[in-house]
Design a protein around this ligand. Structure first.
Ligand code: CAA
Length: 379
């Protein structure tokens, strides 16, 4: 087992870190406060190859491995978790889904632009009554000749109003439950497809989260991914990779909590000395750093298994479960170390807490990760 990163991995970390510190960090407080979507940054992230990192170069991607992807996700989320989730959904759900399961024609028409960052993608599985219970799809896709007619509502869709393309899961045969769901590539702006409610969120406020409405929206049969009825398995397989990305996002937030806490505790004085000299602070920092290292190892293990073509669903769920938990804990401890300053906007750590919380919810709640892990162990 090799615990050293390759030169390529080090270069990716350096590039992502530099871009995050120089370009993403400066406007992050304002974007969070005013809920401004970072359109220009997303374009630049595409130019740097961060929007389709694992897609082969022939399809416009960077042709890198999952380890490269988690390194970049961590670095970008360390500075702004909103940029992290925008990148994560495009990479691990949309590009991966089309690259792995799409036809040659679908790759030609969609993957190249999505992987190069010219276009942005969204992933529409969740519905008002299908969150954790994802197979309870009420959105329907009825076949009509060479088209499917989509009707229904999707909820909590990251990139939903800013995207160009959405992967939509819908029931093609409701009687078959999970085996009656199919996936479609849907162009934004087709008649009958509209953005409904924009959510006002606790955290990741500069990312875009909306509900989508389909009313007799006509989608060509040529845009169905896989066979009719393959949609639920497609969603589950794709989400396995997505969970590695969200774990890396949580890790980035936790690392930011640690870095900020170390800096602050060396500068802040109480009782005539820096608070870093107090054991109460030292123990919090030691705990945070140990958890971060453990989370990083779990994430790298899941990523390495994926890169080796081995099953990784259980490891991805473990990585997400643990990384999201320690991220929230790290944010709470960072606030405690900062005292009153931790509770105000200027010192960033209050945002880390708001941003960290969502990592325990989206792409499968922590409870769902426990279901996935225990089913895998007990089957
Ligand atoms: N890989 C392949 N097939 C899978 C699978 C996987 N990981 N998981 C389930 N399946 C298959 C099962 O094998 C079964 O097929 P067979 O009968 O042929 O064996 C079929 O799918 C149905 O599976 P289950 O009976 O296990 O389905 P379930 O209804 O009990 O649900 C669940 C399982 C794990 C709870 C699932 O519903 C789940 O993961 N829920 C969470 C959904 C989620 O993560 N949503 C995130 C939304 S996307 C998002 O958040 C993106 C964003 O914008 C940030």
């Amino acid at each position: 087992m090799d615990f050293q990163f390759s030169e390529t991995h080090e270069l990716i970390r350096e590039t992502a870190r530099h871009f995050a510190d120089q370009k993403i960090a400066p406007g992050s407080i304002e974007r969070d406060e005013k809920e401004i979507f970072p359109r220009d940054l997303v374009k630049e992230m595409g130019e740097l190859g961060f929007m389709g990192m694992m897609v082969p170069e022939e399809w416009g991607g960077a042709g890198l491995d999952t380890i490269s992807y988690v390194i970049a996700m961590e670095e970008i989320s360390r500075v702004d978790a909103s940029c992290g989730v925008i990148m994560s959904v495009n990479n691990s759900l949309v590009c991966y889904g089309i690259d792995k399961y799409g036809t040659e024609d679908q790759k030609k028409r969609y993957l190249r632009d999505l992987a190069s960052g010219k276009k942005l993608g969204a992933f529409a599985l969740s519905e008002p009554e299908a969150g954790s219970d994802a197979s309870n799809q009420r959105t329907v896709a009825d076949r009509d000749g060479d088209y499917y007619i989509l009707n229904g509502t999707k909820n909590w869709i990251t990139n939903g109003s800013t995207c160009d393309v959405v992967l939509v899961m819908a029931a093609t045969d409701k009687a078959k439950g999970p085996k009656g769901i199919s996936t479609f590539i849907v162009d934004k702006g087709i008649p009958g497809f509209s953005v409904a409610k924009k959510e006002k969120k606790l955290g990741i406020r500069s990312s875009d989260t909306v509900s989508l409405a389909f009313q007799d929206a006509k989608v060509p049969v040529a845009n169905r991914i896989g066979e009719e009825g393959d949609g639920f398995k497609f969603a589950m397989k794709t989400l396995e990779g997505g969970r590695i990305g969200i774990a890396a996002q949580a890790l980035g937030i936790a690392q930011a909590c640690l870095d900020t806490s170390i800096n602050y505790s060396k500068q802040r004085k109480a009782f005539d000395r820096p608070i870093a000299e107090l054991q109460a602070i030292q123990f919090k920092i030691a705990e945070m750093a140990t958890n971060i290292q453990a989370a990083r190892m779990l994430i790298l293990k899941a990523a390495a298994l994926k890169d080796a073509g081995q099953p990784f669903g259980q490891e991805a769920a473990m990585a997400k479960l643990f990384a999201s938990k320690i991220s929230v804990q790290a944010a709470l401890e960072a606030i405690q170390i900062h005292g009153g300053y931790g509770y105000v906007q200027e010192y960033l750590v209050e945002r880390y807490l708001r941003d960290a919380k969502i990592t325990e919810i989206y792409e499968g709640t922590s409870e769902i990760q426990r279901v996935v892990i225990s089913r895998s162990l007990l089957r």
